[in-house]
Design a protein around this ligand. Sequence first.
Ligand code: UTP
Length: 290
Amino acid sequence: MMKPVKKAVFPVGGMGTRFLPATKAVPKEMLPVVDRPLLQYAVDEALAAGIEQMIFVTARGKGALEDYFDIAGELVATLKERGKQAELAVLDETQLAPGQIAYVRQQEPAGLGHAVWCARHITGDEPFAVLLPDELLWNPGDPCLAQMVRARNEVGGTVIAVMEVPEEETHRYGIVDPGATKGALTEVRGFVEKPKAGTAPSRLAAVGRYLIEPECMAILAEGKRGAGGEIQLTDALAQLIGRQPFHAFTYAGARFDCGDKAGHVTANIALSLERADIGPAVRAWLKANI
Ligand code: UTP
């Protein structure tokens, strides 16, 4: 019987150089979109997909992440004293259960594949999800990972989220070499990491959500370096093609690349506009100034 996906790996070891100087002291994943850190959106998406254990692959300087998921004892006591019920409720709803989080350290930024491999002793022989928190996939009615889990229940094996990107942007992504398509699922025949202009096999780009079979860890263990001299997750996944089912799931909701400044600012505007408390003020400013 197919094992369900109950564990999720969040690789948060990247240096976030595109957000310097902020990321000198604040991990990229802690940058807020409206009032929640990016990481909270990814954790909420994982919970909605039935994930029970969160594994954060961190690095030097990412201590704020551990503090964020801890109980802030003094803050809670002060809020209680002052009768701040709404604020207490916000803290409560983002609190994970004891033991629901594990932290692993990636000792050097050797690439996304390397970061995922660092979680191998916790994922063990189970399938697992990988979520890149800087990709904000915003579809609160039916979040992307939950849709992928349902798709995996149909076809088994590896499922990765993709979106169609403009031809001129394919060089920034892992691009799928597509086989047959049925509904939102496309068979994957191959992968090209960051293809040179004009050489991409499709416009289907990986957007930071993966459901992965445990065999991938043994391939990552070989430590082969790919594009940019880094250990690439897509290179390891590519080796599973033909050995087990492998599909791309075309996600149709909103996506904001929050690892990029324009994407992060856009996400803040878009999500603000949806909010009853601040939406009207942001909309009024945009109307008056654009
Ligand atoms: P990025 O390519 O966005 O790199 O990583 P980065 O370092 O985070 O950001 P920039 O480009 O310097 O601004 C994609 C994802 O892979 C993780 C990152 O944390 C991010 O979630 N990653 C990347 C690691 O965990 N470890 C690595 O060695 C590399």
